[in-house]
Design a protein. Structure first.
Length: 468
């Protein structure tokens, strides 16, 4: 599917092509980060390798996981020796640009390990990332790094200002990270809704904004087929199982075909997909003929060798899709970096969709949905992700009114963005940049003055919600 870039997306693409500076490309939900990333992969004149922190994220962008690509150990890496084969060194030695998607899920320790791995492989230890240009995509207001066990938490408390990638030593001490924010929102057009979403994103929800969202969401959904976005897997599984059981007949099961070294169980679709006639489903891939997109909802109307699904009044035959897992290597023949398919996952690109988790709704667009936050949202950005999937207020239904405890924003993200804006303002005004804080640098008051136990607790506790 060919997508035409906006002027701001094209400008960023040209900036990457012409320069060698390290970029963090961010923006609110619906600003086209994924579109720009795909365009860069397909049209860059540079030798590019794409990676992501999780298997599913890597599949979505046709890349490798960070750990698989760089052969890094799992868990905290710290100063552990990095074993690199001659093949890996050849690959990284020819690299121009390393693209990292969903960078907000990458912790500071892994970020520093990426830096050290590239320096070591390329034999250029005095230059950050061994001279490779690093381009990162993501929104820290939507996804956060996942803390590990108590020992891992203590390690980060002792060695970093936070777990976030922007607090890695390579950014704080050695390297200038340039932040570029996409600002044109494609998903929503209503200014009032855009402003409300921005307030939820930044944790600045007023009583008036809360009332706007709650009044819109208080309406009764027009039917049982309205998609529910829920915080918990058990809620989603219960709703989908209940609605499937209500349909007559026995379910038919489509079993995925998995070949090659797929690794783990982070599959892009259900390995065992149960369907019945009348089941509500969501598409998990864009269609080459543009009959549906990733996130389109439909209803199963026939099941045979293939599945027929009705979408917006039209019936379409849906065939199994193939998700390919890639591995990068360097070809001495062509003198280029190539991608080889090392595993395939074949399944109908469908998922039962009376309900879906907020996490799995990431990147998708819906005209209407019920937002079910349970007793409360439990992760920073969770409420923002759910609400921002919708195209308008008219499609918002809330299982209960939003409460202040549902609006969670990580204070370290606020600090980072504030410092970036201060630095950019200083640069624009011609002030001495030495007087402006570096992106990701800690505040003047050092955390070393605090009690270590308080540091560990504060390190992983987001800002308390502000009352409406």
């Amino acid at each position: 599917m060919t997508v035409e870039l906006t002027p701001e997306q094209l400008a960023i693409h040209e900036r990457i092509e012409r320069g060698d500076g390290h970029l963090f490309i961010t923006g609110r939900a619906g600003t086209g980060k994924s579109t720009l990333l795909r365009h860069l992969i397909e049209h860059s004149s540079k030798q590019i390798v794409v990676c992501a922190p999780t298997g599913v994220a890597a599949l979505n962008v046709g890349g490798q996981t960070i750990h698989s690509l760089l052969k890094l150990p799992l868990g905290v890496i710290a100063d552990a020796p990095l074993r690199q084969s001659a093949e890996l060194k050849r690959l990284l030695g020819k690299l121009d640009v390393l693209v990292i998607d969903e960078i907000s899920m990458v912790n500071a320790d892994l970020m520093d390990a990426i830096d050290r791995s590239l320096r070591q492989a390329r034999g250029v230890r005095s230059v950050p990332f061994g001279g490779v240009q690093v381009v990162m995509f993501g929104d820290p207001y939507q996804l956060a790094p996942v803390p590990g066990d108590a020992e891992e938490r203590a390690y980060f408390a002792d060695h970093y200002e936070s777990m976030w990638f922007f607090d890695a030593r390579v950014w704080r001490e050695e390297c200038d990270l340039q932040v570029v924010e996409l600002v044109h929102i494609h998903r929503q057009t209503d200014l009032e809704f855009k402003q409300a979403l921005n307030a939820v994103r930044h944790g600045t929800v007023t009583a008036e904004i809360a009332q706007l969202l709650n009044d819109a969401g208080a309406r009764t959904p027009p039917g049982d087929d309205v998609l529910t976005l829920a915080t918990r897997n058990d809620t989603v599984n219960r709703i989908n199982a209940r609605e499937l059981a209500r349909l007559p007949g026995r379910p038919k099961t489509a079993t995925a075909e998995i070949t090659g070294d797929f690794g783990g169980r982070q599959y892009p679709a259900d390995a065992e997909l149960e369907l019945k006639l009348g089941a509500q489903v969501m598409f998990l891939r864009n269609d080459a003929e543009q009959r549906w997109v990733n996130g389109s909802l439909g209803r199963v109307v026939d099941i045979g060798g293939t599945v027929w699904v009705e979408v917006d009044g039209e019936q379409h035959e849906v065939e199994p899709a193939v998700w390919e897992q890639y591995r990068y290597s360097y070809s001495p023949t062509t003198k280029e970096i190539k991608r080889d398919v090392v595993a395939e996952f074949t399944q109908f690109p469908l998922r039962l969709a009376w309900a879906v988790t907020i996490h799995k709704s990431q990147g998708k667009t819906f005209d209407r949905a019920v937002v079910d936050l349970g007793q409360r949202a439990f992760a920073p950005g969770q409420t923002y992700v759910a609400l921002s999937r919708l195209t308008s207020l008219d499609g918002l239904y809330l299982s209960r009114p939003l409460q202040p405890r549902d609006i969670i924003v990580d204070q370290r993200v606020r600090r980072f963005i504030h410092e970036v804006r201060e630095r950019d303002a200083a640069r624009a005004s011609g002030a001495d940049l030495r007087d402006a804080p570096a992106a990701g640098a800690p505040p003047a008051e050092t955390a070393a003055q605090e009690d270590r136990r308080d540091r560990i607790e504060a390190l992983f506790a987001p800002d308390a919600p502000t009352p409406f």
